[in-house]
Ligand binder design. Structure first.
Ligand SMILES: [Zn+2]
Length: 110
């Protein structure tokens, strides 16, 4: 997100919620101001976004964006990693960056 959209003292969730609602408003204009009923967000495990904070921030900002009736659905997306040695792709659980196929630690986070 451009630096200009960030305001001093914002927690990241406020910036994310603001960007989210700006996108909703843009889509509303494209689709003839249809009411927003649902906003679905996929959050990566390392995104550093607290789901509950994002929910609170969005509910505070939603009325101004005309999206106060929209239901926010937050879907966590598990972190994926790729093993260089065996070319396996696997989900990372509890920050354990070890390939389950060949036990290599030379893995890349996707
Ligand atoms: Zn491997």
């Amino acid at each position: 997100m451009p630096a200009a959209e960030r305001e001093e003292g914002d927690v990241p969730e406020i910036s994310v919620a603001r960007a989210l609602l700006q996108q909703v408003q843009r889509l509303q204009r494209v689709h003839g101001m249809a009411p927003v009923v649902s906003i679905v967000v996929h959050i990566g495990e390392l995104a550093g976004v607290e789901a509950e904070l994002l929910r609170t921030a969005s509910s505070l900002l939603a009325p101004a964006a005309g999206a106060e009736r929209a239901e926010l659905q937050l879907t966590p997306v598990p972190l994926q990693a790729h093993c260089r040695a065996s070319a396996a792709t696997f989900p990372v659980e509890r920050f354990r960056f070890v390939c389950p196929t060949c036990a290599a630690r030379d893995v890349t986070v996707l």
